[in-house]
Design a protein around this ligand. Structure first.
Ligand code: ATP
Length: 202
């Protein structure tokens, strides 16, 4: 999956619309302390469907909205959009008709967050699956945050295995298996209820 452009508006310290072109190959972000390097990486993870406010260094998801500064009032919304080059047509069927995929996540105070893909409303689950199937996503080892290398070195083998699984692109399959198991459990519970009703009728 080739990520080509990241746009931020009202996201953390990026209060004004900001566009970042992602060149092919390895991308590193350098700059003075506090200039927003980690915020950029968090914006990428957030638009890919991150659900944990804690891993975005906040106590609630609305903490990603620009909170105001001495000279600027707080914003009511934050929006991040990510452009993906899909010319190789590797996206899941629902998205595959687009040459370029534009995924947008927007959060509004007191109204939660929503996703769009090329202008259409889409579920968070579909967006997470899109990135998981492409061996990337909010927890992808391709996005290396500060301190992550030393965490990896000290990680337990099970944690390392999940990193390898993500890199191999089978994260989406695990997600589908989990959902299938939940449905199976629900169906078994329903069958149990039906059996009880039949027994009462007999
Ligand atoms: P370092 O090199 O020290 O790790 P960094 O370049 O990674 O720094 P970030 O941690 O990305 O910097 O950005 C920190 C800045 O973002 C701080 O100035 C902080 O006040 C600002 N910031 C974070 N969340 C918000 C928010 N919701 N509204 C406004 N500013 C925010």
């Amino acid at each position: 999956m080739i990520l080509t452009k990241l746009r931020l508006h009202g996201f953390k310290s990026f209060v004004d619309p900001t566009e970042l072109h992602i060149a092919p190959g390895l991308t590193g972000v350098v700059g003075p302390n506090g200039c927003g390097k980690s915020n950029l990486l968090e914006a990428l993870r957030w638009v890919m469907g991150e659900t944990s406010a804690k891993s975005m260094r906040g106590s609630g998801m609305e903490d990603v909205i620009f909170a105001g500064a001495a000279t600027r009032p707080a914003r009511h919304f934050a929006e991040v959009s990510l452009s993906i080059d899909n010319s190789a047509r590797r996206a899941p069927a629902a998205f595959n008709r687009y040459e370029t995929l534009d995924v947008i996540r927007r959060i509004t105070r007191d109204a939660g967050s929503a996703f769009k893909a090329n202008g259409d409303d889409v579920r968070a689950r579909d967006i997470r699956m899109l990135f998981a199937d492409a061996a990337t996503g909010a927890h992808s080892p391709a996005l290396v945050r500060q301190g992550q290398i030393s965490e990896l070195i000290n990680a337990k083998p099970t944690a390392r295995r999940s990193i390898l699984e993500d890199a191999a692109g089978i994260g989406g399959l695990y997600q589908r298996r989990h959902e299938a198991e939940l449905k199976l459990n629900a169906a078994e519970t329903n069958l149990g209820r039906v059996a009880d009703v039949i027994e009462q009728l007999d």
